[in-house]
Design a protein around this ligand. Sequence first.
Ligand code: NAD
Length: 377
Amino acid sequence: MKKLTRRNFTKALGKGLVATTLINPAYSTFGQTRVAQKRLGVALVGLGSYSTHQLGPSLLATEHCYLAGVVTGTKEKELIWKDAYGLSDDCVYTYENFDTILDNAKIDIVYVVLPNSMHADFCIRAAKAGKHVICEKPMAISVLECEAIINACQQNNVKLGVGYRMQSDPYTKEVKKYVREKTFGAVTFVSSDAAYISKGNPNQWRLNKALSGGGALMNMGVYSIQTSIYGTGSNPISVSAQEFSTRPAYFKNTDETITAQFEFANGEVGHMMTSHNANGNKLKVSCEKGWFELDPAHSYGPISGRTSKGKEIKFRHQSQQALQMDDFSKHILWDSKNVAPGEMGKRDMIIVEAIYKSIAKNGQKQLLDLGNMGIVI
Ligand code: NAD
């Protein structure tokens, strides 16, 4: 990996590899005086695709945090990342010596970017080491694991965020505003698709239930669950679901395509589709007096949206990951709102488990009693 400097990061931006955010020095201006701020050190655990192509580069664009360390099981990656990001030897860990991160004052946040079944173990170990935790989506592979992560963070007095980058995206905030302010009247129906066609290595961890916890639903379905909820502003009160399998030789023990229908407390209904064997990336919300939609709705951006008023929803493209990590840092530094708290990840896993239960019971409606759990306005 070439050393990432502001110059070649900007070049990468031009190629659309990473998104735009001004790289700010660690200063802010209060009146005429420039005041130095603390920037938080982030250690990425797991240097796979998402860390390499999104999180690492985005940490060059963040204002309130920076890449301070890495945890990897691959010797060659240690050298590559040290060189690319100028990391010192004492900030590079293996999975085995990870717990000694406790003694490293340069690391404030541990960001777990491992296969889903490994999230709980590393998040809990990070909390026990006294580090704030960001856990990638899906938060874990069961509700019980989500609870164990939340408890560990509470007991060790550290903050917890889920890697739900869309919660920091301006398009999501706009959708939430339309719902909150009833810009198009009350919501009546929400529809959300999050899917892609998987054709790669059949032995990848995403197709291995022990490592992924499930297939399309665990991987992409959580986006549809998220958009259905911020598209209505409330949690579902029931879900019914169906599973479809057309390539069982490839999808041996993980779900290929799932559809689900939601009912919400105020009478809204919803439909979601998630798949590892179809393309889908949108949110459409019908309201009493119009509609709005995002298409694409869940990708790294630019997101695109429009409304029944003939109006494009348009925002300057920024790195969602940089916004997300800055939002979490501000939550730690100044107790600002946690836009993706652990209970949001747990709530989504409750819905995931209800969907799998409905499928196991031939589509039987499962009642959900979530109240406002995980709703962040
Ligand atoms: P990846 O396969 O590219 O990387 C996984 C990393 O885990 C690799 O560095 C690998 O060496 C390491 N690893 C350690 N033990 C492993 C094991 N037993 N089997 C396989 N890999 C092992 O995966 P990724 O795409 O980087 O995804 C990692 C996490 O990030 C997942 O939870 C995924 O859902 C999440 N993710 C989130 C987004 C998002 O937009 N928020 C996008 C991509 C991935």
